[in-house]
Design a protein around this ligand. Structure first.
Ligand code: ZN
Length: 492
């Protein structure tokens, strides 16, 4: 009797575990409503530190509260202080009698300045106490504008070019120069360089100003004419004038909540679900009447998934506890996730996995693309979860894009936490993606596939549940570049 009973019981538990996933109904209207709000014009592209970003954070916190998600330190907000760097509006430089056009000048650092001084040419301008190299030997740079070639030597790689900025600036400063002008000659277009380094930007406020101070400029010297001029032994005077960089403090919030696990033991471990809710704001684009970058795909989709997960796991908790993290500051350098990783609200070594959700867009709605799918032992749970909703799961089809290191997951991977990114289905980073990726057209409008969003979110929640309930915590696959830091984190 007993045996049969046991057998029956075993059979019963098998059936139970086969359908152990609680029914969770997620109406299309729910996913559609979230994304339409988050990607609405009134949210003004959710730029970190700006009004629309704060409204989005408030919406997320409100939805957390409504779902029954608990705050961790009595608030859903993890406040972060940023420094906003505002680009100079005027730049005027002349060397000898040659006036240089402002589009050929890039100010790397420096606040407002006005100077007129002798010019001195210093070769590459390297001073290195370790090797004894001193390109300033026999040169008096005090009170002068120093002109140098970019990089450290003739054979420099791009990395060396950019890696030497600080060293060369320190040398010029130490030699008493007023400013450092580096002559740029390289295949990477100067205009692109200017876009990259010369715009406004945000950084975490570490109390140290990075952009004010010593005037350090790059000047495009495609034809090497300026160098020839600077190298000539003529006594030349240069003048430089700018309103310089300005800095401003800006505040924004990560939004964080916790849903306690149901298993008395496993609830002390955490599954971290993350999505960035910020986007790139408002900017006027030539030939376009739409200046609002709504960021529906990037990443109102992922934020919607976090909000739906809040309800799903509050209604039926998983065995492990779940941390919901809506990150700010992703588009300005993964700063919100970096801040959380440095200031975690639960211990990182108890955070067994990060399932991040983010993407550029989709071009195949029959699949989900998981960036880093095969890099952790959670691969099967992810594949099975997608399958349950008729979706395939593929790994990163565009390794050349280096997407793994371009979203918030990498802030956690660097700490050792296995951390793939669940992304809308794409098979190539092609025109269909670029049509919307970081474009004003990325909206929750008639071009947006609301039915796919709903299935995508269901698959995400299902995947998260499988991982949070899996008795075995996931690990980096052996040989992965984050494997050893992972072992260290978890003390294995
Ligand atoms: Zn983006």
């Amino acid at each position: 009797m007993r045996f049969i009973l046991l057998g029956l019981f075993a059979l019963f538990s098998v059936c139970l575990s086969a359908q152990s996933l609680p029914e969770f109904s997620l109406p299309l209207s729910e996913t559609s409503a979230h994304i339409k709000f988050l990607a609405a014009d009134e949210l003004e592209g959710r730029m970190t530190g700006e009004h629309g970003n704060n409204v989005a954070a408030r919406y997320i916190a409100t939805q957390f509260q409504r779902a029954g998600v608990k705050p961790i330190n009595e608030t859903y907000y993890q406040p972060i202080s940023f420094v906003k760097r505002i680009a100079p509006t005027s730049l005027a430089l002349s060397l000898g009698n040659r006036a240089i056009a402002s589009e050929e000048i890039l100010l790397l650092t420096g606040s407002s300045a006005m100077m007129s001084a002798a010019i001195v040419y210093v070769g590459f301008g390297i001073v290195d106490s370790a090797t004894g190299r001193d390109d300033y030997k026999g040169i008096d740079a005090k009170g002068k504008i120093v002109v140098a070639r970019i990089g450290t030597s003739e054979e420099d790689s791009p990395r060396a070019l950019f890696g030497s900025f600080k060293q060369k600036q320190d040398a010029a400063k130490a030699k008493g120069a007023l400013a450092l002008v580096e002559l740029y000659r390289f295949s990477f277009p100067f205009a692109r360089l200017k876009q990259f380094f010369g715009g406004g930007s945000l950084s975490l406020d570490d109390g140290k100003s990075a952009t004010l101070g010593f005037p350090h400029l790059l000047v495009n010297d495609d034809d090497a004419q300026i160098r020839t001029l600077a190298q000539s032994n003529k006594k030349l005077t240069g003048s430089f004038q700018t309103d310089g960089y300005k800095e401003q403090k800006v505040f924004s919030n990560n939004v964080v909540g916790i849903i306690e696990g149901s298993d008395p033991k496993l609830k002390d471990e955490f599954l971290l679900l993350s999505a960035h809710y910020d986007h790139i704001g408002v900017k006027s684009t030539p030939n376009s009447t739409d200046s609002i970058y709504n960021g529906a795909r990037d990443n109102a989709m992922g934020t919607t998934a976090i909000l739906c997960a809040a309800r799903a796991f509050s209604e039926a908790p998983t065995k492990r506890s779940v941390i919901l993290l809506a990150c700010t500051g992703e588009e300005v350098g993964l700063l919100g996730s970096e801040y959380y990783a440095e200031n975690p609200l639960v211990p990182l070594n108890k955070t067994i996995f990060n399932l991040n959700i983010d993407g550029a867009g989709y071009n195949d709605t029959s699949i989900v693309t998981v960036i880093g799918l095969e890099r952790t032992t959670a691969a099967q749970d992810l594949i099975d979860a997608c399958k349950a909703f008729g979706l395939g799961a593929i790994q990163d089809p565009a390794p050349e894009q280096n997407l793994f290191d371009r979203s918030d997951n990498v802030s956690f991977a660097r700490k050792g936490i296995p951390a793939p990114t669940f992304s809308p289905g794409f098979r190539a980073f092609d025109d269909a993606i670029n049509q919307f990726y970081h474009q004003a057209a990325d909206q929750a409008d008639e071009n947006f596939d609301f039915a796919y969003l709903n299935r995508f979110v269901k698959a995400f929640i299902h995947a998260a549940r499988r991982i949070a309930d899996n008795p075995k915590s996931p690990e980096w696959k052996s040989g992965d570049k984050y494997e050893s830091v992972g072992k260290k984190l978890y003390g294995k």
